[in-house]
Design a protein around this ligand. Structure first.
Ligand code: FMN
Length: 320
């Protein structure tokens, strides 16, 4: 069991937010296979605070989709505060602040990973958010630094977060400059963990259960957040828990992969509509059948399909 503020969780293996990936369908499928704490993708605090109509669909939730965290990205303390109050009023179980996004359109105005270089502004954001949020835990997810790989920037922001009353910190072991290249530096996760009292979660390059075990052992982190490793592998969360408990994980058969991929695609169509769901299914099929010898042919056929019925038939007839 682990506590993030007042939120008690049975497991310490979480889903990391991923734009255009961790939507309702993704989360429901992962929950069916044992995921506990999930997150929406990041949403703009300014857009939410302004009442932009395109923002709300990104943080829609359905019954059974809990505990769920929402993630805000932004650089304006007042917009972050206002948006935080909206997130709490919407009934989310947790609020995460994005201090890691590397995209130029986010860092340009000073949000995401750019905040790692602005401790003054970061502190103001934390303070404003904390005055607007009364009940749910607030956490921050960050990279190790903007360009400086030493971990100094992450440690500074993590300390500020703890001082201002945030409940936990997640560290992705890469700088903004690294993007998604190279290897995640788990040493910085260890550094932050060593210097904080609130829980510190490690993130970056967990693709097989043994990676999570090694990260926890070498960094001492309190839990792990899984991003890309769970795309097409929603069994990973439970497998990690099994390995951490000294058990052998159950690996899915090819037929089970087909069943779950189809359920993921069906839910995508259910919640996003057939047009969007069909588009998304191209990506989903590639995730689930990555490494299968005939996956390129399957993708080509799915790219030409336009209905759920056609895609279902293609996946059912797919032989590895
Ligand atoms: C397609 C994609 C979208 C992402 N979107 C977000 C996001 O909205 N918010 C966030 O904090 N991190 C986002 N990330 C970063 C991941 O949450 C995670 O920190 C990163 O991928 C490293 O972890 P991993 O090696 O387990 O994937 C995204 C990553 C990818 C690949």
């Amino acid at each position: 069991m682990i506590k993030i503020g007042k939120l008690s969780l049975k497991t310490h293996v979480f889903q990391s937010p991923m734009a255009d990936c961790t939507d309702i369908a993704f989360r429901l499928v992962a929950r069916e296979l044992g995921l506990e704490l999930a997150f929406t993708e990041m949403i703009s605090a300014e857009a939410l605070a302004r009442g932009n109509k395109r923002t709300l669909p990104l943080i829609r939730r359905v019954p059974g989709d809990r505990p769920l965290g929402a993630q805000l990205v932004g650089h304006s303390p007042s917009a972050m505060g206002k948006a935080a109050a909206i997130i709490e009023a919407m009934g989310f179980e947790i609020l995460d602040l994005n201090f890691g996004c590397p995209m130029r359109k986010v860092t340009g105005p000073g949000a995401g990973s750019a905040l790692l270089q602005r401790p003054d502004l970061a502190a103001e954001i934390f303070e404003n958010v904390m005055t607007h949020v009364k009940k749910i835990p607030v956490t921050v997810k960050m990279r190790t630094g903007f360009t400086d790989p030493s971990g100094k920037e992450a440690l500074c922001i993590a300390r500020l977060a703890e001082e201002r009353g945030l409940s936990a910190v997640t560290v992705h072991g890469r700088t903004r400059a690294q993007g998604y290249t190279g290897k995640a530096d788990w040493g910085v996760i260890k550094l932050v963990k060593k210097n904080l009292k609130i829980p510190v979660f490690g993130n970056g390059d967990i693709f097989v259960p043994e990676d999570a075990k090694l990260m926890m052992e070498t960094t001492g982190c309190d839990g792990v957040a899984i991003g890309r490793g769970a795309l097409g592998n929603p069994w990973l969360y439970a497998s990690i828990r099994a390995v951490l408990a000294g058990q052998t994980p159950n690996l899915p058969s090819f037929e089970e992969k087909k069943r779950v991929a189809l359920e993921h695609i069906r839910l995508e169509v259910q919640y996003e509509g057939e047009k969007m769901g069909v588009l998304q299914s191209r990506k989903i099929a590639a995730w689930y059948f990555k490494g299968c010898p005939n996956v390129a042919q399957l993708r080509n056929k799915i790219n030409r399909a336009s209905t759920l019925k056609e895609i279902t038939a293609l996946v059912l007839n797919f032989v590895s």
